[in-house]
Design a protein around this ligand. Structure first.
Ligand code: ZN
Length: 322
């Protein structure tokens, strides 16, 4: 990977992190609101207080009175916040339970700090440098080294078996035994590494392939849905590429009328056209069914054409692969 590609991949990861932060915050909200409905009422009062004050300030020509409105809003807001914190404590929850939590509070998981021209946050620079050291430029079957993988519980044997099947696929594509591949398992087991190996091998044999993340795939779907003319080819390219590799399926945002519908369209059209698709995912088949429904699931795991590999074991990042 070039530096530009690494930056883009890392920015994708940061975007996914932000969506996850929001999801987790909404989940905490749902839980807290269910246990104490007054918390939801307090949230609603805070929102309407801010909106009302803003409107009043905009319609007030006198600067002193505008300041008074702002001061009044702060005071009332502080009272509402204090009551919220008190109620959270009463539930045995942390006071910041309803706020968004960030992996990096400095950049709020955007990867950037400062106004234009913004620069990369220290956390982003660190991650970028880490990727350079661990040699992300060489995610190939040749560079694959199972010596890092713990032998216990058959983890190394399973990974080697997965590698063997994927290498067979990549060497025989497009005449391989399977048309589609789903590589599942928890994070850090080397799924992305293996996806990159397959991509590199197929590419180096002279076949066109497109590698993307679930997040970028979703972005193309969303743009197609809203008719973004500038990116009209994004989704079409995913439909038409002879071999599509999607990393991290399941981490893309779930948006009504988009995610499930377009994913089904994508998989279905590609299968009808006889094109190959590979996906890695942290989700189990049951979770895939729950998230995307039966139609997507039955296409994805179609017995006649799909190879499903499940990796299990310990996080390999701790052992140096990746
Ligand atoms: Zn940061």
């Amino acid at each position: 990977m070039t530096r530009a590609e690494r930056v883009r991949a890392l920015l994708d990861e940061y975007a996914r992190q932000r969506y996850q932060n929001e999801r987790e915050q909404r989940e905490r909200e749902r839980e807290a609101f269910a246990r104490d409905p007054e918390l939801e009422a307090l949230r609603a009062r805070s929102v309407s207080l801010a909106a009302q004050s803003l409107r009043a300030a905009m319609n007030e020509p006198d600067a002193d009175k505008r300041r008074a409105i702002a001061g009044d809003m702060r005071q009332k807001g502080a009272l509402l916040n204090a009551e919220t914190r008190r109620r959270l404590r009463a539930l045995g929850l942390p006071e910041d339970y309803l706020e968004e939590h960030y992996r990096c509070p400095v950049c709020r998981d955007t990867g950037y700090v400062g106004d234009a021209p913004a620069r990369f946050c220290a956390c982003f620079e660190r991650r970028l440098a880490m990727g350079e050291q661990s040699g992300q430029g060489a995610q190939t079957f040749e560079a694959f080294n199972a010596a890092f993988v713990p032998e216990e519980n058959g983890q190394r044997a399973r990974l080697l078996e997965a590698k063997g099947l994927l290498e067979e696929f990549a060497d025989r594509y497009p005449q391989a035994r399977w048309r589609n591949i789903v590589l599942s398992g928890a994070g850090g087991l080397g799924k992305s590494f293996l996806l990159n190996c397959v991509y590199e091998r197929v590419n180096s044999r002279g076949f066109a392939a497109t590698r993307t993340t679930a997040y970028r795939m979703f972005d193309a779907m969303r743009r197609r849905h809203v008719g973004d003319a500038e990116d009209a080819d994004g989704f079409a390219a995913l439909l038409e590429t002879p071999f599509l590799l999607v990393d991290d399926l399941g981490t893309e945002p779930m948006m009504r009328n988009i995610t499930v519908e377009y994913l089904f369209l994508l998989i279905n059209e590609r299968m009808e056209a006889g094109l190959s698709t590979m996906a890695t995912t942290n989700l189990t088949p049951a979770q895939i069914q729950e998230r995307y429904g039966e139609r997507v699931c039955s296409r994805l795991f179609d017995r006649a054409s799909a190879l499903t590999i499940k990796l299990e074991g310990k996080d390999l990042r701790l052992h140096g692969i990746r």
